[in-house]
Design a protein. Structure first.
Length: 374
């Protein structure tokens, strides 16, 4: 397999999004001492300020989810190992596709399309005191008081709901009812959501977190091709980035750049069925390489008690290693809404070993990213 370097992917992403000389490519705020490269080897390219090495998917918002208190988020932020204190995930995607009250934020989940009230409710859940974003900020504040401050602010990505085309009565904006049969109304709703989210973010006055951008929650582009480039432009006008994580085989995955996304992580979808063939994993990795995509690591709490899922978890780690992903790519982590937290509490030597193996990788990636950050 062809291994794509981080610097190559970053150059591509900045060119595609027009960010090489504009908004999201933020100027460096500090200088660092750079080690001389080994003889015969070029120095690694510095990473842009917006770079996220390891993006944890935090399923949050719906009433069926973890409340995501500071204690629940703690094992995602750091660990104390034999090496001492170590940072782990540097990015947090607060993701939701349904509210568990009968409404969905993307088409295909058997619920009613969410309207303006449900979109606002999701943001209010994201910014609820003592949970989610504020819990993350509080934990980082506590760590600072104890002498632990990361070199880089932790990045946050927020869900952008899909304006589902069948919605004729989404809600009122600027004195009129929006109808998603009209493309302009769909874009207007997205712009309202983005601006509302940013207003709430600014009002929160967060010291340790940075709003990196927005995540398109629909996992395929069916029904959204006509609005995505415009929505992307709205996000870029606000100095933010546009994220996507399509499922394997999703419509539009290979065209992610032309739709305006700054980065797309490919889902392998190998973990979820014990009978799924190994070729799904290797095929997804190959597809990501061919289309210059990042990758998603996938697992959930079934691995706590089932050796078949433990093997699949290990398969991902091994195949990502073979493909050079751990060294060369950003990685997103689907963990089923709390599995990493549960793994961190286990005493079973098997689970402890599985947790340690991935945590070792993430901690090293964090150190490497720190060393190369501008």
């Amino acid at each position: 397999m062809i291994k794509l370097t981080i610097s190559g992917m970053m150059a591509l992403w900045m060119t595609v999004a027009g960010l090489a000389t504009t908004s999201c490519h933020k100027a460096a705020q500090e200088t660092t001492t750079t080690k001389l490269p080994e003889a015969g080897k070029p120095a690694p390219a510095p990473l842009p300020a917006y770079y996220i090495s390891d993006l944890a998917l935090i399923y949050q918002g719906g009433t069926h989810r973890f409340p995501w208190t500071a204690d629940q988020l703690k094992p995602y932020l750091f660990r104390n190992s034999t090496a001492g204190f170590e940072w782990l995930y540097d990015g947090f995607l607060f993701i939701e596709f349904k509210d568990n009250l009968g409404y969905e934020y993307a088409e295909g989940y058997g619920q009613q399309p969410a309207g303006k009230a449900q979109w606002l409710w999701l943001l209010q859940r994201n910014f609820e005191q003592g949970k989610a974003i504020h819990a993350l900020e509080g934990m980082l504040d506590s760590l600072k008081a104890n002498g632990q401050t990361p070199k880089r602010k932790r990045k946050v990505v927020l869900t952008l709901p899909e304006p589902i085309g069948a919605t004729a009565n989404w809600g009122e904006l600027n004195g009129r009812q929006l109808n998603f049969a009209n493309i302009a109304d769909r874009v207007a709703a997205c712009q309202w959501y983005i601006d509302t989210a940013m207003t709430m973010w600014n009002a929160a006055n967060l010291e340790h977190l940075e709003l990196s951008g927005f995540y398109w929650v629909a996992e395929q582009n069916t029904g959204a091709v006509e609005i995505l480039p415009t929505v992307s432009a709205k996000i870029h006008e606000r100095n933010k980035r546009f994220y996507w994580i399509p499922y394997y085989g999703a419509a539009g995955a290979a065209q992610w750049k032309s739709m305006g996304f700054d980065i797309a992580y490919q889902q392998p979808n190998y973990f979820f069925d014990l009978n799924s063939p190994y070729s799904i994993l290797t095929g997804a990795i190959r597809f990501a390489e061919q289309n210059k995509m990042a990758l998603e690591m996938e697992f959930d709490n079934r691995l706590l008690t089932n050796t078949g899922y433990q093997k699949k978890y290990t398969d991902y780690i091994n195949e990502f290693e073979k493909a050079g992903a751990w060294s060369n790519l950003p990685v997103a982590y689907y963990e089923g809404g709390g599995a990493w937290y549960e793994m961190s509490l286990q005493t079973d030597p098997v689970i402890v070993g599985l947790y340690k193996r991935l945590a070792d990788i993430i901690a090293k990636r964090h150190r490497d990213t720190d060393a190369r950050s501008r």
